[in-house]
Write a protein that binds this ligand. Sequence first.
Ligand code: OGA
Ligand code: NI
Length: 367
Amino acid sequence: MASAMSMNASPVHPPKITTVKALVESTGSSSIPSFYNFTPYLRDEPIAGDAPIAGDAEDSVPIIDISLLVSGTPEEQSQIIHQLSKACSDWGCFMVINHDVTESLTKAMIASFQEFFDLPEEEKKEYQGNHVMDPIRCGTGFNPSMDKANYWRDFLKCFAHPEFHTPNKPAGFSEIAREFSKRNREVVIILLKAISKSLGLEESYVEKAANFELGFQLLAANYYPTCPEPEKAIGIPAHYDHGLLTTLVNNGVSGLQVKHNEKWFNVNIPANVLFVQVADHLEILSNGKYKSIAHRALVNNKATRMSIALAHGPALDTVMRPEPELVDNESDQPAYVEMTYSKFLELQQTGRLRSKFQSDIEQSKAV
Ligand code: OGA
Ligand code: NI
């Protein structure tokens, strides 16, 4: 669900392996093939260290207690809406606590994905889709035909809404994935209502604008095997997610970094927390009032990391544009491109989206 912002390594042909997992298990080598060499990425920008989490600290990842949005007093609700507004405009990400995606469901989901990645390579190949619109797609890296260097991760992506598709193995996977996706979606619906209000709109505004009833939801699991040279490789380079919001959990192994105030922060996600990121279509719809957050995944040499990200987007055939009520009178111009969500996805995922900013498109037309 990602598109790279920059890629620096020189092109080297991929080794003949299907997954990074198989590569690691077959070689046991202490170095990585040059095809995975992404070295420059760690030097490009400052790293700030671990992101402090909420509390009262000014500069920490905000925590949103969603139970107060659902059953708090009117004062508590407006306090959380205010916190959400700050979280979306200052950080572009936040941690949701007291939600209904139970820890046991998340654990079961992670275990089930692990079982999937543990299937024999030949069985996984059955799901090796080639097109971004294949409802089940398993693979490695991101888009080998387009990327110069490969990423140190394997993935499985499944459409979860409005149509639901999953592999029919391992046993139980489909039921767990259905419940996990549904509960995450319920959290997102509560958040979208509160976000609408935080933008001064009536609570169903964003859902209506995005035709969220038919909203496209993508369930993606990332598998980052231990890496003998973690400082040379990258799990996923810096990118923005394409939906309205992304919800993300992981298996207790850290690796996610977000960019805040031009610095990279490590994000450690506690087991009972849903990590939520503002994605491109909330930025577009809000005409930049809420900006999507740049993030990336690093790898390590100690433990396999798994993350599960759910992209919650508009309906595929909905034309997305800055909402007229959110376009500033002063600038008087929508700052973002207008197109259907499916077109955006297709262009972004194949590296053909020039920019989401209208000004960039106009500039390149003028040249
Ligand atoms: C993604 C993503 C980050 C992570 O799947 O788009 O950014 O922590 N994943 O795995
Ligand atoms: Ni992402």
